[in-house]
Design a protein around this ligand. Structure first.
Ligand SMILES: Nc1ncnc2c1ncn2[C@@H]1O[C@H](COP(=O)(O)OP(=O)(O)O)[C@@H](O)[C@H]1O
Ligand SMILES: [Mg+2]
Length: 370
């Protein structure tokens, strides 16, 4: 038996499965024979193809992948060159498993002759995770900054304000404008610091089963009575959507922020916001705390037909203080990312002019957790 195959097999058959490379790899990995029959697949690949190893071993690549996939070319290419071949963004979406864009590498192995080692990297998921972690990191560092600011600035600021008020008493009325400006600006800075402090609040929250449609209805009511007056809000809900495990008030905040941004971006006329919900049990993450795959089956999207996010800004919109608005705080989406992250979910954005979608993926509440 091939050395590679033997190593992989022993990895798959080891009692505990712990410590073996192929089993531990979060990335799907498959060894194919010369006729592209499956010789071995690691647990991540079993999950990826939603098929157990015994069944996978009876299949060839064409049983697993759509007929005209560029993946076949990639395998041929690697075989002909007898060298690794890689391609990014191969579409392996199926109706059953949903949308999946992956980076694939194909590497010929010396034995058994003609065998190929395939690795799959779920691309959009990797990207989503990156962005999420970045946003959360930014929020954390901001929390630290807020704490420092609170300590180092609030007290002297109160001193400056008090001194200006004292000074004001000895000034002629027409000279008081300046001291009043000092007082007003001190108050504004204090307000900003207070908001940043509450923003960084990381007190734990109690999670309940929350009906996301009830959350969205509430958001819609608030929006229609305030900043989205006269805007058409369309709801496309999956009525069978199970509840999400989370904090109702915080989730309202998430969708309120998203709907507010959508409303801000709309044209004067013909502006439309669409709220959708859907159940996608196939969406899995290979990035749980212990490397386990987390399921995020609840998908809620907020879509608008407004101006779109400027392309160069798109990677940064979840960072604090990023804004294109004159009176913007740039905190709306940072808070969205923080709350969604605290819920174990993911938020991402796709945008072009006339079509911007924010997609929030959340875990499902299981029975008993309420
Ligand atoms: N639906 C949207 N359409 C277009 N641009 C958006 C949308 N949502 C967010 N943005 C962009 O992202 C930036 C950051 O949003 P946010 O964090 O909520 O801060 P703010 O709304 O205070 O500017 C916005 O200034 C805007 O440029
Ligand atoms: Mg905003």
């Amino acid at each position: 038996m091939s050395e590679v195959l033997q190593k992989l097999r022993s990895a798959s058959e080891a009692e505990s499965g712990s410590g073996t490379i192929a089993n531990a790899l979060p990335m799907p990995l498959m060894l194919l024979g010369r006729r592209t029959e499956v010789l071995y697949a690691n647990p991540a690949a079993e999950q990826f193809f939603d098929t157990g190893l015994p069944l996978l071993r009876k299949q060839t690549l064409s049983d697993l992948i759509a007929p005209h996939s560029p993946l076949f070319q990639l395998v041929t290419q690697a075989a002909e060159r007898n060298a690794s071949a890689a391609e990014r963004n191969i579409d392996l979406s199926t109706p059953r498993q949903g949308e999946r864009i992956v980076d694939v590498t194909v590497t010929p192995v010396p034995e058994p002759e003609g065998a190929m080692l395939l690795t799959f990297q779920e691309r959009s998921l990797a990207q989503r995770m990156d962005r999420q972690l970045m946003a959360r990191g930014a929020v954390r560092s901001m929390h630290g900054m807020a704490a420092v600011l609170a300590h180092e600035i609030k007290n002297p600021l109160a001193g400056i304000r008090g001194a200006a008020q004292l000074l004001e008493e000895s000034l002629a009325p027409e000279e008081r404008e300046m001291t009043q400006l000092i007082v007003a600006e001190s108050d504004r800075i204090r307000g900003l610091i207070d908001r940043m402090e509450s923003f960084g609040d990381t007190r734990g929250f109690v999670r309940h089963s929350v009906n996301i449609h009830e959350v969205l209805d509430r958001v819609r009511k608030v929006a229609e009575s305030a900043f989205a007056r006269g805007v058409t809000i369309i709801e496309t809900f999956d009525p069978s959507l199970p509840p999400v495990l989370g904090d109702r008030d915080q989730l309202i905040q998430v969708f309120l922020n998203l709907v507010r941004n959508a409303a801000d971006a709309l044209p004067e006329k013909g502006g439309e916001i669409t709220l959708t919900s859907g159940y996608r049990p196939g969406v899995k993450f290979g990035a749980g705390v212990a490397g386990e795959r987390v399921s995020l089956p609840l998908e809620v999207t907020v879509r608008d037909n407004g101006s779109g996010v400027p392309a160069d800004l798109l990677p940064y919109i979840f960072d604090p203080f990023v804004t294109t608005k004159v009176r913007g705080s740039g905190l709306g989406l940072a808070l969205v990312a923080k709350i969604v992250g605290d819920h174990g979910g993911v938020v991402e954005c796709d945008s072009q002019s006339g079509r911007t979608i924010f997609r929030v993926l959340l875990p499902q509440a299981r029975g008993g957790e309420s």
